[in-house]
Design a protein around this ligand. Structure first.
Ligand code: NAD
Ligand code: UFG
Length: 338
């Protein structure tokens, strides 16, 4: 089975390609490398001992996509490609709407033209907005998104729902990720953010390795047990394995399906700091800073629908997530390098 993986050179995509290869699938990576390096593709091959086709191509490039579909018999698409930086989306919304929404439309058009109508899409817990209480369930109303990045995820979900409703040959799994962290056990692939990280764990790893002086804990006055924000951190390998189940789902049944991919457990910022200190064996310096605009107090999943319908659940805990993030960071202090 050939699976086209858009954004396959990125953090979640690279881990998913490893699991696809291990399970006997034939992933084909398509990535414009705007937020990743081709070195990750080399390392996917190194970890699995298998070859992977790679196309440097933009999802907005219809001719390029048509060529990929003409050269390969693709059974399904896992669509990771997209821009994901919340503050950048606020300062440059048009780039986000063009890349994420425009790109998804071009991709679906190319898929339909090639007769491949099975897609797994990277959505986000951000579509629940701030109004819904945790644990978040798939049948809750979508919330009001607070930034253009979140709005792109909400609109792409709607575009895929409408597409499935218009043509019964389509099948889509909308996967709402919670907070992916961790890395492959080998320490050879992991998250490699550009510049100063926005997200908690990449920031902590750079403090621990000495690249950043201290972590700013954004708010300690939230209505949570220790006052800091609570999130549902999920190991990226568990997340990757969820995509294999979602691929089986779209290959086996037509329609549009929505699943949370989370653990169902919430950890506060200070609990993550503690778990990370245990993993790296040294203190992580932090200071309490103001709240970050747009942040919510608590966000964690009810993961039961994915367990019941896909037979998937996350099994890796917070200690393992932190150990694996630290192994990746300490073995690759400069990520994939230049
Ligand atoms: P990432 O930036 O590491 O991976 C995305 C990949 O897509 C990159 O390799 C990038 O080069 C590529 N890309 C971007 N625009 C492209 C385009 N127009 N054409 C071709 N390739 C393009 O990010 P990630 O963390 O692996 O996230 C993967 C997906 O999951 C994204 O859609 C993201 O929005 C979504 N998601 C991520 C998180 C998270 O916290 N990491 C949470 C929820 C959802
Ligand atoms: N935090 C800090 N200091 C930092 C970074 C983060 O205290 O330097 C805190 C945040 O305030 C929050 C928690 O750590 O309480 C997690 O923050 P992240 O930025 O790691 O994750 P978010 O939950 O804010 O955002 C993530 C993705 C978004 C996505 C959202 C919902 O980055 O793209 O989950 O799915 F929209």
């Amino acid at each position: 089975m050939s699976i086209l993986v858009t954004g396959g050179a990125g953090f979640i995509g690279s881990h998913t390609c490893v699991e696809l290869l291990n399970a006997g699938y034939d992933p084909i990576i398509l990535d414009n490398l705007c937020n990743s390096k081709s070195e990750s593709v080399k390392r996917i091959k190194e970890i699995t001992g298998k070859d992977v086709k790679f196309y440097k191509c933009d999802i907005r490039d219809r001719e390029g996509l048509d060529k990929v579909f003409a050269e390969n018999k693709i059974d399904a698409v896992i669509h990771f490609a997209g821009l994901k930086c919340v503050p950048e989306s606020i300062s440059n919304p048009l780039e986000y709407y063009d890349n994420n929404i425009g790109g998804s439309v071009v991709l679906c058009e190319a898929m339909a033209a090639a007769g491949c109508k099975k897609i797994v899409f990277s959505s986000s817990a951000t579509v629940y907005g701030s109004e819904n209480p945790s644990p978040l369930k798939e049948d809750m109303p979508e919330g009001k998104t607070t930034n253009p990045y979140g709005t792109t995820k909400l609109y792409i979900e709607r575009i895929l729902k409408d597409t499935c409703a218009s043509d019964s040959e389509w099948s889509a799994c909308l996967l709402r990720y919670f907070n992916p962290i961790g890395a492959h056990k080998s320490g050879r692939i992991g998250e490699d953010p550009n510049g100063i990280p926005n997200n908690l764990v990449p920031y902590i790893t750079q403090v621990a390795i000495g690249k950043l002086d201290h972590l700013n804990v954004n708010g300690d006055d939230y209505p949570t047990p220790d006052g800091t924000g609570v999130r549902d951190y999920i190991h990226v390998v568990d997340l990757a394995l969820g995509h294999l189940k979602a691929v089986e789902k779209v290959l086996g049944e037509n329609g549009c399906f929505t699943y949370n991919l989370g653990t169902g457990n919430g950890y506060s910022v200070l609990e993550v700091v503690k778990a990370f200190e245990k993993a790296c064996g040294k203190p992580v310096k932090y200071v309490i800073a103001p709240r970050r605009p747009g942040d919510i107090a608590t966000c964690y999943s009810d993961p039961s629908k994915a367990k019941e319908e896909l037979g998937w659940e996350a099994v890796r805990g917070i200690d393992e997530m932190c150990e694996d993030s630290w192994r990746w960071q300490s073995q690759n202090p400069d990520g994939y390098g230049d």
